[in-house]
Write a protein that binds this ligand. Structure first.
Ligand SMILES: [Zn+2]
Length: 408
């Protein structure tokens, strides 16, 4: 695609008889977005690298990046030695330490975590507040979020680019309203986005936790530079965020992502959503603990995947059998996602990561056995490299996606 754009002002072309399909201003925004996208996908890059990757001329790259350097969005790194072929030493561009940071929020039942994240993806500071999960006074929730945000904001620092909020429940992404959070009924119907925007006077974006996590992988984790992958949360609940064809998939108003309530057993166990046989009924902590109690495993009522893996490794009776069954139950849902959408790479988050290589390798083998091999989308299971930071980094990615007009 030809992406060259005439320089504005003195070198502007004569008026055309017809309006161009996209205005020079739009082309400029598109080129700027492509430059930023390339930096996020690859890391620090010289102007020459940026020109090659975005397929625009060096001169155009210069015109795009200079205003971003002048406004301290980007900064030039130390000169790198020139290549063996000769040429001037290059100075890689990356996000300036003085660029506006991004405020990130993870709203959970009973508490809120916040962080200030640099445009380059470093968590600068964090804060936390609690609120009664059973309260009917939603002001307490909004106060907790606002307080935890205000603790991050330091006077005389650049204002934050915006606020990204990850919610552990259904959300309307068009209105920034929480639809339903099972473990904190007070949050249902709360227009958290508009309320926090009013309090902070910053742009606020709200999204479902697993999708925000996928954005964390996309901007700052193993999903960098990938157009298609799945980010799966598995632990006390199940959720999936899908990046398909370069964009995070939301569904109308953010209705998608309720993978835990896809039905895997006709007439299976009752689920708290009112259906029977949902994937959640056989692949979350609740199922694991019920089965552990049936098998008389120690500390069954609080069992998580890490201790189960250790019991299995020690040969505790019943533990290996339960571990294998849990892995198989996880693999069933992953297989369904792969059969339908072929994301190929599944990045796992949550307590499931504590299962280690024994769990990762088994899920991969099981899911591969259940799906037909296809060269276009080899199924791979990976653990998130972002650990507990993925949601807060993803909330920052949510702001980047919107405010810099980048995809997804
Ligand atoms: Zn359900």
């Amino acid at each position: 695609m030809q992406s060259e754009r005439p320089r504005p002002a003195a070198t502007a072309p004569p008026p055309r008889p017809h309006s161009p399909l996209i205005s020079p201003n739009t082309v400029s925004q598109v080129n700027r977005a492509r430059v930023l996208q390339a930096l996020y996908d690859v890391g620090p890059l010289s102007r020459a690298d940026l020109a090659r990757l975005t397929e625009v001329s060096r001169a155009t790259i210069g015109a795009i990046v200079q205003p971003m350097i002048d406004s301290e969005m980007l900064a030039e790194g130390d000169p790198q030695p020139s290549s063996a072929a000769g040429g001037k030493p290059s100075r890689p561009l990356w996000f300036s330490p003085n660029s506006p940071p991004i405020a990130a929020v993870h709203l959970l039942p009973g508490h809120v975590e916040t962080a200030l994240v640099s445009a380059g993806g470093t968590i600068l500071t964090t804060a936390r507040r609690e609120y009664p999960a059973d309260t009917r006074d939603t002001d307490l929730v909004v106060d907790a979020v606002t307080d935890a945000l205000n603790e991050l904001f330091v006077p005389n620092q650049p204002a934050a680019l915006g606020v990204g909020i990850a919610v552990g429940g259904m959300v309307n992404t068009d209105t920034g309203t929480i639809v339903q959070v099972n473990l904190a009924p007070c949050l249902s119907g709360l227009p958290i986005g508009p309320l926090i925007a009013e309090r902070t006077r910053l742009p606020v974006y709200v999204d479902l936790h697993p999708r925000v996590q996928a954005l964390g992988d996309r901007w700052f984790g193993q999903g960098r530079g990938l157009s298609t992958f799945a980010s799966l949360y598995a632990g006390e609940a199940l959720g999936v965020g899908l990046v398909l064809g370069g964009s995070v998939h939301r569904g109308p108003g953010g209705a998608g992502g309720e993978i835990g309530h896809s039905i895997v057993q006709i007439d299976g166990l009752p689920c708290h959503c009112g259906q029977r046989g949902c994937w959640e009924t056989i692949a979350t902590h609740r199922w694991l603990r019920d089965e552990a109690a049936r098998l008389n495993l120690p500390s069954a009522s609080t069992l998580t995947v890490g201790p189960l893996a250790r019991l299995a490794a020690k040969g505790h009776p019943g533990a290996a059998q339960l571990f294998d069954q849990y892995v198989d139950n996880l693999a069933v849902g992953i297989t369904n996602i792969q059969q339908l959408l072929a994301p190929g790479l599944f990045i796992l988050h949550g307590d499931v990561v504590a299962g280690g290589e024994a769990l990762r390798g088994k899920i991969e083998r099981q899911a591969r056995q259940r799906t037909a091999a296809h060269p276009g989308s080899p199924l791979q299971i990976a653990f998130s490299a972002l650990h507990d930071d993925s949601t807060l980094l993803g909330a920052a990615g949510l702001v980047l996606s919107h405010s810099l007009q980048l995809t997804p």
